[in-house]
Ligand binder design. Structure first.
Ligand code: WT7
Length: 621
């Protein structure tokens, strides 16, 4: 605890010196920077004038000391296995960077990555980083529509994909979705297809190329570009409070410094650890703590392609036992789903290699924490509950294991250099135990730089409440020991299985259906997924079969956004509760799905009758 306090104090007293030291110790620079940071709220530049390369830091600098160490241990869902050393990963990345160059890609171009969880997905990311092509990974569960919108927003020139991936024994066909998306994207010149499932598919002459064909005859040598510290590394789309996803921009030097430092602090990484982050590369956790953080820190990373219940619900325990995984980083949703399968499954495998457990994505409830600690960690592994966001780039609040005493359900204390306070609407600090908003004093090196193409939305969304202070969208309270307890979102953002979705996104998908007049969407509490999507829908004139239409609408949303966004419930209603100015009162709907009653202030409500009807109505689906 003393060591943590000392580190925290140093960072607070002199952030310039503190972060300069981190950047010097943790990152290789081709050219040193002139200033640690330049802060013109809400815009920041870190390590200004410095030159570096993310792929170089994840690969080349390890070759002398860790060349033969496993960088990736891969297990496919069907059971195929590969161990890829740092030297081999470096070779694969160099070759694929040469492939990208041969297709005409240049620093500053944008590439979409839409791939299953195979090592080549990591190769694709690192090859982009090596060349200075800004990548945007789209989770394979997103639909063709979602992929298309992101290609347009970024004006991407190339799509890196695979024929498909394996999930629950079935092929998830990715290339078909790319075909559907790219039809309307004339800016996409090339589609490179990695062969994973080897099922029949259609290749468009001139546009589509097999990865293995382009790989023929390319060189193993490819020097890393010396990129500006602020060169855009990636854009990752996440849900905001409107229907349009936001492209969160992260750049190179600051991001890499932040994820490398936090990787070491939070996971207390040792040279012989086998580290397994179960997140998909399509989410920020997959970027920061499956690729850039652990590889920059020289770790051995486990990657598993498929589903935890294939062929049976003990697949993860089997993977841990066989590959001697020592650190497991996963989500409360996954833990709750595994709890349902009973203790015999984990108990029948040797989990003694585990030494540290991590949790991310949503608040972890006490029952899940206790089970994770007792059944998986056998009461000997600390649990690091890590709070952060796509926008923060890396972990903001988490215990440093061993140093900070744990309290189940709390992320404990902020990382060094992260000045956090729980405040009220006016920005005044809240007393202990009182609900408020966690604010972070900017800047820190891993923070979002802007929303791609929309700096105004960036300013408005995160920095309009108090200048220079980053607003998270969460509520929290701080206890008498200074520990932070995250209470969930305060905006119209839902958290389903740790995946972020805006209510408006689902609403716009619903109203694009010909039968729907209006829609209001809220998250309702769900035993496994944390929240589930509940939709209130009014219909256009017509004779509708509610049961059938309910099914159709759920399918429709899954098609528009992706399967993970399939609503749990569709409720048909004659009208939606609105204020006199016509704003849908989602707060009331939230109360209806949570408690089936309505309390609180309804004075601005247009028609109370609607609410009473909704509160007593039965589920139509
Ligand atoms: C939102 C950010 C961070 C990577 C995965 C999600 C919630 C995240 C925790 C946690 C309580 C958490 C917050 C946050 N959240 N981690 N440990 N305890 N809540 O990234 O999709 O950007 O979502 O996830 O509500 O605002 P994201």
């Amino acid at each position: 605890m003393e060591a943590y306090r000392e580190l925290y104090r140093r960072a607070e007293e002199n952030p310039e010196a503190f972060w300069s030291e981190q950047a010097t110790n943790e990152i290789h620079w081709f050219e040193k920077w002139n200033h640690p940071f330049e802060w013109n709220p809400p815009f920041v530049k870190w390590f200004v004038g410095g030159k570096t390369n993310a792929a170089y830091n994840c690969l080349d600098r390890h070759l002398a000391t860790r060349g033969d160490k496993a960088a990736i241990i891969f297990e496919g869902e069907p059971g195929d296995q590969r161990v890829i050393t740092y030297r081999e990963l470096h070779r694969l990345v160099c070759r694929f960077t040469n492939v990208l160059k041969a297709r005409g890609c240049q620093p500053g171009d944008r590439a979409m990555i839409y791939m299953p969880m195979v090592p080549e997905a990591v190769v694709a990311m690192l090859a982009c980083a090596r060349l200075g092509v800004t990548h945007s990974v789209v989770f394979g569960g997103f639909s063709a529509e979602a992929l298309k919108a992101r290609i347009h927003d970024l004006d991407a020139r190339i799509v890196l994909t695979a024929d498909g991936g394996w999930r629950r024994g079935k092929e998830v066909r990715l290339k078909d979705a790319v075909d559907e998306a790219v039809k309307d994207c004339p800016g996409v010149k090339d589609v490179i297809v990695y062969q994973r499932t080897a099922q029949p598919l259609f290749m468009t002459e001139g546009r589509d190329h097999w990865w293995h064909d382009l790989d023929l005859g390319v060189s193993d040598e490819c020097p890393a570009e010396q990129l500006d510290s602020e060169h855009p590394l990636f854009v990752l789309y996440t849900s905001g409070t409107t229907g349009k996803p936001k492209g969160i921009l992260h750049t190179t030097g600051g991001y890499l410094t932040y994820v490398t430092s936090t990787m070491k602090w939070v996971f207390d990484l040792k040279e012989d650890d086998v580290y397994w982050c179960t997140a998909d590369i399509g989410w920020v956790t997959g970027h920061s703590y499956l690729v850039y953080g652990p590889l920059s820190a020289g770790a051995t990373c486990m990657i598993y392609e498929g589903s935890p219940d294939y062929p049976a619900w003990d697949r993860w325990w089997d993977v841990i036992a066989r590959h001697k995984v020592s650190i497991l980083y996963t989500s409360p949703t996954a833990i709750r789903a595994l709890i349902k399968q009973g203790e015999e499954l984990p108990n029948s495998h040797d989990l003694s290699s585990l030494r540290l457990l991590g949790s991310v994505g949503e608040p972890i409830n006490p029952a899940a924490w206790e089970w994770y600690h007792r059944v998986i960690g056998k009461d000997r592994c600390p649990i690091v509950d890590t709070w952060w966001q796509t926008e923060t780039g890396g972990i903001m609040i988490a215990p440093m294991p061993g140093a900070i005493p744990l309290k189940p359900g709390s992320g404990t204390l902020p990382m060094p250099g992260i000045l956090t306070e729980v405040v009220d609407f006016e920005g005044k600090p809240r007393g202990h135990q009182r609900r408020g908003f966690p604010h972070h004093q900017a800047p820190w090196p891993g923070m979002i730089r802007t929303i791609w193409g929309d700096p105004e939305r960036f300013q408005q969304q995160y920095f309009s409440r108090m200048p220079g202070v980053y607003f998270t969208g969460d509520a929290a309270r701080c206890d008498e020991d200074g520990y932070l307890w995250i209470l969930g979102r305060v905006d119209d953002v839902m958290n389903v299985s740790g995946h972020r979705l805006s209510t408006m996104e689902v609403e716009s998908a619903l109203v694009s259906h010909p039968a729907v007049a209006e829609a209001a969407v809220v998250g309702k509490p769900h035993e496994i997924t944390g929240q589930a999507i509940c939709c209130f829908v009014t219909l256009k004139q017509g004779n509708w079969d509610h049961h059938q239409l309910g099914q159709d609408l759920r399918k429709w949303v899954a098609h528009e956004i992706g399967a993970f966004a399939r609503p749990d419930e569709i409720r048909f209603t004659e009208a939606l509760p609105k204020t006199r100015s016509g704003k849908i009162m989602r707060r009331l709907l939230r109360e209806i799905v949570t408690s089936h009653t309505v309390s609180g202030d309804v004075t601005t409500l247009e028609d109370l009758g609607v609410v009473n009807k909704l509160a007593t109505q039965h589920d139509e689906d």
